[in-house]
Design a binder for this molecule. Sequence first.
Ligand code: SF4
Length: 241
Amino acid sequence: MGQQAPTYERFTKDPFEDFQPEDETKGAQEVIQWAYEQYEDIVYACSFGAEGIVLIDLISKAAPEARVVFLDTGLHFEETYQLIEKVKQRYPKLQITMKKPPITVEEQAEQYGSALWKRNPDQCCYIRKIKPLEEVISGSTAWLSGLRREQSPSRSKTNFVNKDERFKSIKVCPLIYWTWEDVWSYIRLNSLDYNELHDQNYPSVGCIPCTAQAADGDRSGRWKGLNKTECGLHTTNTASE
Ligand code: SF4
């Protein structure tokens, strides 16, 4: 790129703005390589979905000892925890940590009433995902995310390198040009482990109370019936505490 890597304070534009990726990873491998050369403290916040598995494999080629953080809300499916164990075995050098919320599910029920996710999912996500991620990212110049442009209208303008107003950071998104088919071709071609729930019509897997079955490649199974489509990690809105 031949220029200083952007930080939140001095971000002007995506350094990959004019980049026309032609390799089989649609630019992902090159962007990842660049990101790890530029940001020593970069962290990958991985949800261990299909995109996450792909990104972990690509990251491990550029930075075998990369830091990977899973936001362990305490409400995930057993299949998700099983997958994380398999990933740890496959990539033993990766530094995978489980970031927990400041309060347990039981403490949350005592303080806010039971099943907060039904009454105020924004508040629940704020406590169990956004606050913990804030803590993780506050110690880093940049973070990685598996967002893809085709996932939703709100993600369609995502660039490789983004100024992240929500977390006052740089967000690097190597998979922006990947389609759902690309993700699964890569998983199959490389025989990667993936969440078994994907084979049971759960294309997108999050917390148990907020995940329902859906059509292939569709995020409509998340927060079904709750007038909510994002947990808030990828929006500039600040959920109320
Ligand atoms: Fe709470 Fe649901 Fe958000 Fe998980 S996805 S933190 S259960 S509202």
